[in-house]
Design a protein around this ligand. Sequence first.
Ligand code: AMP
Ligand code: TRP
Length: 328
Amino acid sequence: MKKMLSGIKPTGRVTLGNYIGAIKPFVSYQDEYDMYIFIANLHSMTVYIEPKELRKNTKDLIALYIAAGLDPNKVTLFLQSDILEHAQLGWYLGCMVGMGDLARMTQYKDKLAKNESIGAGIFNYPSLMSADILMYDPDFVPVGEDQKQHVELARDVAEKFNRRYSDTFTIPQPLTAKVGGRIMDLQDPTKKMSKSDEAGKGCIYILDDIAVSKKKIMSAVTDSDGIIAFDRTNKPGISNLLEIYSILTDRTIQDIVNQYLGVGYGVFKKDLAEILGQELTTIQERYQEIIKGSYLDDVLLQGATVARNIARKKLAKVERKIGITIKK
Ligand code: AMP
Ligand code: TRP
């Protein structure tokens, strides 16, 4: 069985973009791959979040993964901070990554350009991310477009390490979705739907009031020609809604376009709002069950036990190879 690994940061409330671009695809992969999914809470420290909020985001994120259908008995689901080996391997790999390579990462450059004061964590981010990945030897790393560059850096580090110290790490491949990889803001379909857009009408939150979310679909910005067709450049609004519809129903965009030939946007949006409403209802009901009691603690303990076992062995191997320990 091929291995797959990915992580999501608990930096905010989970959005429809996260659900469609990350959580739902993970659920569909779980039968085909040996999967490792973790909450990237060490990475979330690169932005300040109130401790109380961080705790809630983290708990909600795990609960939502499971509510969305991820089976903790099939998938190793864990908290990054539970596995101390990530930070340690991150240090070793960080010593092998060039400053120049880190400085050309788009995420870092974007943050720098905003002129806010930023911590060193955002610069070193890809070293830690390389450790997260290489620790478990995954064949594939499903990520959004914006994270592809970091996975490519992890590949380069793995190759460099393997060349210098002999074969140690599997070279991972980033996996980006063709449909649903970039769900756009409902009010401004030229910009990505993002959890940093807290107040906006353009972002749907999975745990929000369902009537509010349906309204956001109904008032999504489209265009004035009234034709339901897929054209990301000229009709970004309706194309975005078509993508959402396609992922939620597991139908092709073409099939949906054919169904709505000659029908107005209003009818299409109403149907989509209904479909979304049903999906959110199911998730929220399951979420309410999961969030009670100590179930999540048990899941994380089980996940950490599996992950730690792999991480310990891998780190020991790395330390033997680099000569940092006196044991051979
Ligand atoms: P973030 O919310 O940026 O931490 O991203 C967590 C995961 O959700 C990553 O795999 C992202 O690529 C994915 N994701 C975030 N926003 C969107 C979006 N608007 N469309 C599709 N995927 C997204
Ligand atoms: N940087 C990723 C994001 O912002 C989260 C992440 C951390 C990750 N470590 C990872 C994703 C390892 C895949 C593999 O979305």
